[in-house]
Design a protein around this ligand. Sequence first.
Ligand code: UD1
Length: 343
Amino acid sequence: MAKPKKIIVTGGLGYIGSHTVVELQQRGYEVVIADNLSNSSASVADRIGRITGETPVLEVLDLSDRTACLRFFNIHADAGAVIHFAAAKAVNESVHKPLHYYRNNIDALLYVLEGMEAVGCRKLVFSSSCTVYGQPERLPVTEDTPRLEAMSPYGNTKRICEDILSDTVKASQEWKFLALRYFNPIGAHESALIGELPNGVPANLMPYITQSVAGLRPALQVFGHDYPTPDGTPVRDYIHVSDLAEAHVAAMEYLGKPGFSGMDFFNVGTGRGYSVLEVIQSFERATGKKVNYEIKERRQGDITQIWADTSKASRLLGWKACRDLDQMTSSAWKWQENLARAK
Ligand code: UD1
């Protein structure tokens, strides 16, 4: 078999990026990470190395700096594909800093594409989000479910980036793009050496639960108990980050299949929704720890419920999420405990 190609992973030290680097290396790919360390630490590369036996090459640069980005692609002109994670992702922050989000997320994609064009690399997997669907009328959502107007600048950057990729492909069918629309990634690698490292007070459910149970935060606030769902709390399609990482490898390999050209979209979830209270119950069952919580007002901008139809990914990518909710919540806790021990 030919030696596997070099893969560029932008944002490869981040939460989903780092798990994807592990999966790529474990399948024999050579990985180069481009990361600006804005929401990550260089030590993650060493932790990846402890899992896989090989510390990935790390280039520290800001991809929204055009000169630096083009130089980076010239150095790694032999890369076979790019998995593009690098982006700012805090929904609430994006409402207050829209210009930063548009410049950072959109410029980086444009310069990555220019860099790829300059060296003849044509395959890219893009990190999109189920946020592009807003609150859909019918569930589960398929990839053909219409996108709705974005509810935040962050969500809008995902939508705009999808459009940039679609238009680029229309101009030249040489490009091969997949956009993966993630549902709610949670959990951590089974080694507990890598996981989610939120900046400041976590805005997302799982890291807030683990930090609260660890005694680092006050009781969890459950945002709303009067939604039209079975227990009144919102329902999401939570997916184990290692399953999501495996989906990226399947997506990247799909781009190399002879028949594939152009652009396609895939939902990446489990196909099952769980409420906030069900996540809490799973955490308590899987870890034996009690989650203290109080019911509060709804959080502005939250949708009632969403879950994915994942049949397209299983049919075409040959990928399916295999880890259950208890594995997600217990691995998130193991990671939190490991972090506490490391301090
Ligand atoms: C959010 C973003 C989504 C982004 C994703 C990244 C919005 C509207 N959506 O999804 O675009 O891709 O994060 O992971 O912000 N909850 C609580 N208490 C908390 C935190 C959360 O009750 O302290 C509830 C929320 O109301 C929601 C559920 O937990 O029902 C999940 O919330 P969260 O983890 O923030 O994800 P999303 O809002 O679904």
